[in-house]
Design a protein around this ligand. Sequence first.
Ligand code: 4AD
Ligand code: MG
Length: 460
Amino acid sequence: MQYLRINDILSKEPLQQAIEVRGWLRTRRDAKDFSFLELNDGSCLANLQILASADLANYKDIVANLHTGCSLRVSGQLQDSPAKGQRIELLAQKIEIYGWADPEIYPLQKKRHSYEFLRTIAHLRPRTNSLGAIARIRSSLSFAVHQFFHDHGFALVHTPIITTIDCEGAGEMFKVVAPAEGMQHKAALKRDADFFGKPANLTVSGQLQAEVYAMALGKVYTFGPTFRAENSNTSRHVAEFWRIEPEMAFCNLAEDMDLAESFLKYLVSHVLENNKEDLHLFVKFIDKNLYSKLAKLVENPFYRISYTEAVEILQKSKKNFDYPVDWGTDLQAEHERYLCEDIFDRPLFVTDYPKDIKPFYMRVNDDNTTVAAMDLLLPGIGEIIGGSQREERYDILEARMLEMKLNLDEYRWYLDLRSFGTVPHSGFGLGFERFLQFVTAMKNIREVIPFPRTPGSALY
Ligand code: 4AD
Ligand code: MG
């Protein structure tokens, strides 16, 4: 008897073979002399239909009492299914139960629950069709991320989760502290809970440490969790999110955008090819134009305009924005979406932002007022990537850091990279969850991360 997963059974259809499946019951329907069981094992969206005859020894005691959520092991023979809806089914010879799920209290009963309700049962929601599909797509895309960079000669660098620097300089960091008792070293005793002898935080970006490795290995990337303690309760923000950050030596801003564009096209092609069944669920229930939206991203070149051009377009438009548009202020989500949805109807890179609204590490342009920054805006999402060419000139970087009142002693190592064999280099950060929102058309970011962390809410 071979234990097979439903994905393999449905794709290979090993008919007339005696096999075993293991999974969770979705539904039971009773006819006169038998029951239909729909079993799902998480390997794919589809269920396997099981035909359980009333002749089974435990039919009355077990089978006839099975409910949604019970876990089962079923062995039997695969056969063509005479009825509509599925090509094959399993004729059960033996059904064993692993665990019951009391229908009085098991929360997943109705066919469709609201996403808001499902968030309150984050430990059970991956058993639903849509959250299960998202989990498989997320896993598939994680694999594709590594595949892409591996194929392009990048080395993966595990940048630290706990850090003593503030990459973005925005001060939106979670503090890392440890219980004071039991700490041996003097600094800890003096400063109560500083385990590392000085204040430490959860990282807001692996970029600065990735730069260290780019200056040694040439092309690197990091793919890990990042944390932001910003009080943003929107459908696009979570306090813990995953991000992909490549960093390339000998690379300018245009080449940085080239990489970002081919990377996104690769990921979207991957999902169109490898996750058809799961993707179709979102076409059916969330956005019927999803396929064409995804195909369009793959087929067309992205547009590129400067921040200054963007401001001109916005000011000329007759739109009534909530926030006014002035050269020198950051673009708001409404401006970004207007540009890439109404004006360009394409993914859009906006480049060369005023230096005063961007972090210290971005390379100052010859005009001395803008920096070699880029944001990628996607229709329906807004900003999905932020990146830049990095300031590689020691004097200019140091002056910028002083201007922004950074403590130079904390960044000596970063300045060292400019003292010893400095090179032009660039990189960017792709928010993995926002990208998953684009791919699945899910409206709220809380659905595309397994356990969302937002202000006032963190389950488990
Ligand atoms: O523009 P950001 O802040 O860029 C950086 O942190 C750079 N150090 C990246 C780099 O150059 N290596 O963030 C980049 C992306 C955003 O465009 C967005 O997709 C995502 O990270 N992001 C968030 N996603 C979910 N929730 C949040 N709170 C996010 N903040 C940023
Ligand atoms: Mg940004």
